[in-house]
Design a protein around this ligand. Structure first.
Ligand code: AR6
Length: 174
């Protein structure tokens, strides 16, 4: 059975098989989580990212974690919020699904997600958290033996409280 955990932390400090980075299509770094991940992982991450050739919104690519405690980084490119009329919900769902598929495909047992798209990309926080929880719980319903641990890593208390509110609802809804 997969454990779902909410933490209030800096994702670059987590000891997991993969941390997910909230990247942009160039995959060459940026601010927010992306800046923190690149700083903590070191120059080799940038070199590895250059070889990936970018990534579409709603997709994800994997690299080693280099100097991070995490063994891998899954670079997921969330949608930019444009009022909800440009398929943003679906693109965010795809980010979670693709990241989980990459973790499963690489036989990883633990993964930590930041709240993708809820910073610079402006996605409404509750709506993003609902999508994150729904996508992760549906994936583990279908693949119950693949992942041991999924961590929702929140950078502030309010976001962590929101996830803690949503998780039991998702579990109860099964
Ligand atoms: N650990 C965990 N969560 C964090 C951390 C951290 N170290 N730093 C920020 N957050 P954002 P996006 C939270 O802007 O909205 C970048 O420039 C933050 O509070 O990092 O997907 C990329 O290069 C927020 O809730 O990602 C792209 O251009 C969440 O992480 C663009 O920003 C996501 O905020 C992507 O925007």
């Amino acid at each position: 059975m997969t454990r779902l955990i909410v933490v209030h932390d800096d994702i670059t400090t987590l000891e997991v098989d993969a941390v997910v980075n909230a990247a942009n299509p160039g995959l060459l770094g940026g601010g927010g989580v992306d800046g923190a991940v690149h700083r903590a992982a070191g120059r080799k991450l940038l070199e590895a990212c250059r070889r990936l050739g970018g990534c579409d919104h709603g997709d994800a690519k994997i690299t080693p974690g280099f100097d991070l405690p995490a063994r891998h980084v899954i670079h997921a490119v969330g949608p930019i919020w444009r009022g909800g009329v440009e398929n943003e919900d679906h693109l965010l769902e795809l980010c979670y699904r693709r990241s989980l598929e990459l973790a499963a495909g690489n036989e990883l047992r633990s993964i930590a997600f930041p709240c993708i798209s809820t910073g610079a990309y402006g996605f409404p926080k509750r709506r993003a958290a609902e999508i994150a929880v729904t996508e992760v719980t549906s994936f583990i319903d279908v693949h119950p033996l693949v992942l041991e641990r999924v961590v929702f890593c929140c950078f502030d208390q309010a976001m962590a409280a929101l996830y803690r509110q949503l998780l039991p609802l998702a579990a109860g809804g099964k």
